[in-house]
Write a protein that binds this ligand. Structure first.
Ligand code: FMN
Length: 186
């Protein structure tokens, strides 16, 4: 697949089925994830692979987290919360590993994580899969962070739902213009 074809053909798709990437495909995908631009090569990201029965455990973690912070919502949304991770056969949790660095501030490390996730999404697409980057309040919930075993300096950058596309989607409209020539003093 050519570079521009891959970039323009990638879609975030919510309907994802089997198969999910196998071990050798994951190895290639994470090799691409690891080629993100990264100031001082801090490697401020890592990924957790959630597949099979672990998805139900993640759903239970989602439910327990909301039950702790908002019991009424947990009661209303119990099924939804527990079934969220079952929407795809695999979830990649993108984790920011924040470094306290004198010249690489947090925001640069978050940008590097974003670049790594984009490489992941493109690599998934190149392998014939699709990914859907999701965040929301569960991504910043302390109980979820802890339940996933993250260290104090680690944060969830997103849940990348992964699988084989069951339905496509049209390309979004082209942005009108996202660049201008800078004219000094104008
Ligand atoms: C950091 C980040 C978080 C996102 N979180 C969500 C989300 O929680 N739910 C959702 O439907 N889309 C979310 N999106 C948007 C989709 O992943 C997707 O990019 C968007 O629907 C545009 O589709 P496209 O990637 O096919 O152009 C998020 C995107 C980013 C960059």
């Amino acid at each position: 697949m050519q570079l521009y074809e891959a970039i323009h053909g990638r879609r975030s798709l919510p309907q994802l089925g089997l198969p999910a990437p196998d071990a050798s495909q994951l190895a290639r995908i994470f090799a691409a994830a690891g080629r993100a631009p990264d100031h001082r090569l801090l490697r401020p990201w890592r990924y957790l692979v959630v597949a099979g029965d672990a998805r139900a455990a993640l759903g239970e973690l989602f439910y327990q987290a909301i039950a702790a912070s908002d019991p009424a919502r947990a009661e209303n949304d119990a099924v939804k919360l527990r079934q969220m991770p079952l929407r795809a056969p695999m979830i990649l949790v993108a984790v920011l590993c924040q470094h306290d660095h004198p010249t690489v501030p947090d925001w640069e490390q978050w940008l590097s994580l974003g670049a790594s996730v984009q490489n992941t999404l493109l690599a998934l697409h190149g392998e014939g899969f699709a990914g859907m980057w999701r965040t929301g309040d569960l991504a910043v919930h302390e109980r979820v962070r802890q339940g996933l075993g993250l260290s104090a300096n680690e944060h969830i950058g997103g849940f990348i739902y992964v699988g084989t596309p069951l339905a496509g989607k049209a390309a979004p409209a082209e942005p009108e213009s996202l660049w201008q020539v800078w004219t000094p003093g104008a």
